[in-house]
Every structure is written in structure tokens, then in C-alpha cells.
Design a binder for this molecule. Structure first.
Ligand code: CA
Length: 222
């Protein structure tokens, strides 16, 4: 299980990131100021850090320099409202591996987190990057899908929905669970968006792959 440290002083943003990452199977810890971020990063064996630059106590860049100075080499993704090219350069020079500007889409942050972890982690994680059900293969690295002999591409949201099903084969997933995992925030539960997207997947991946469990939700056949 990958452990991610989120250094972010804005509770709403920290909670948003945390909820999204947890729903994708990550373990998360939030540090709300520079000193606790530094201490946790140095002591607790995290796999990756998401670092806000405007932190109480010290600038995030100083936190990063200190961590790199102490030999901490886990991937760090800066997440900040500072979108100037000079700021980005300073971030990379301080030792960041990636740089995401606010406002941001959770999907984009997630893709970058996964990409950074892929570079730095074990074979076991790499092997999990291909998921199969029936004649459908999901490649999480290239984000391509093979249906029989045909390779297709899915829009981001459809891919994430497919990935959610493929990670839980044979398990009934409720609309609420799917909304939470794929759309990543509280969505009107009376919305039929899940049903619409399941319809898209059935059209593209095969009509029998995802079955309806009446009154509850959906299940991937395995
Ligand atoms: Ca901040």
C-alpha cells in the first residue's frame, strides 16, 4: 500500500485530496504546517509527498530543500496556486519531481501521483498495472483498453469507471460507491450519471461485461 503525505494547510483542499486518494486505495496523512510536514516526511517512511508551497511556518520550497538536503529522495509533487514559470523552475530546482497548479482536477493529480510512484516503486505495483476481465484488458500505464484484438481509448472518466470495476471483479458496487470513487466528490445521488456511463462502457467493452444488480448497483462479471 502506498503511503502519501499531503502537506496542505487549507482543510477543504486537504480533505478533497485525501478522500480522492483513499478511494483509490492509498493511505494518506495530512500535515498542515511546514514543521510537521518536515518532521513527518523525515520520520514516517512515506512513498510520495504532495506539497503546497504556501504553508504556515515556512515556504514549501524550504521544506523541500531541507528534505533533499537530508537525503530524503521520495517523489514530491508540488501543488500550488503559483503558476509562474519562474516558480516552476524554482520548484524543480529545489528537488520537486512534478508540479501541479491550482485550481486542479483530481484526475490529473491522481495520474501524476501514479506516474511518480511507478518510477520509484517495486515490480509488484508494475504488475498490477494490467487488469483483465473476459476478453477485455485494461492497461493502466498507457491507459489503453484492449477488447479482443482491438485497442481502443476511453475518455478519462470512462477509464476510471472501468478501472474501478476491474479492481473489484465480481463485487457489487452501488451507485454511491461509484460516484464517490470515480467522480471523487459528493454528487447528487439521484443523478443518473453512473447509469449513463455504464451504458457507454457496455457499448465499447461488450454488453455483458457489467451486469445490473437490481436495486443495488452494478457488478463486473469475472
Ligand atoms: Ca496554502
Amino acid at each position: 500500500m502506498n503511503r502519501i503525505l499531503i502537506a496542505e494547510d487549507e482543510p477543504r483542499i486537504a480533505a478533497f485530496i485525501e478522500k480522492g486518494l483513499r478511494s483509490h486505495g492509498f493511505t494518506t496523512t495530512v500535515a498542515a504546517d511546514a514543521d510537521s510536514a518536515t518532521n513527518m516526511a523525515l520520520s514516517s517512511g512515506f512513498d510520495l509527498m504532495i506539497l503546497d508551497l504556501g504553508l504556515p511556518g515556512k515556504d514549501g520550497l524550504n521544506v523541500l530543500e531541507e528534505l533533499r538536503g537530508q537525503g530524503e529522495n521520495f517523489p514530491v509533487i508540488i501543488l500550488t496556486a503559483r503558476d509562474d514559470i519562474q516558480d516552476k523552475i524554482a520548484g524543480f530546482e529545489a528537488g520537486a519531481d512534478d508540479y501541479v497548479t491550482k485550481p486542479f482536477r483530481f484526475e490529473e493529480l491522481l495520474v501524476r501521483v501514479k506516474a511518480r510512484l511507478r518510477h520509484s516503486t517495486s515490480r509488484q505495483v508494475v504488475e498490477e498495472m494490467v487488469l483483465k476481465a473476459g476478453n477485455v484488458v485494461l492497461d493502466l500505464r498507457s491507459r489503453k483498453v484492449k477488447v479482443g484484438q482491438n485497442t481502443i481509448e476511453l475518455p478519462a472518466r470512462e477509464f476510471t469507471l472501468a478501472e474501478t470495476f476491474f479492481r473489484h471483479p465480481g463485487q457489487v458496487l452501488s451507485r454511491e460507491q461509484l460516484l464517490d470513487r470515480v467522480w471523487g466528490y459528493d454528487y447528487d445521488p439521484s443523478s443518473n450519471i453512473v447509469d449513463v456511463y455504464v451504458g457507454y462502457l457496455r457499448k465499447k467493452l461488450g454488453s455483458k461485461l457489467i451486469e445490473t444488480v437490481r436495486g443495488i448497483g452494478y457488478r463486473l462479471r469475472n
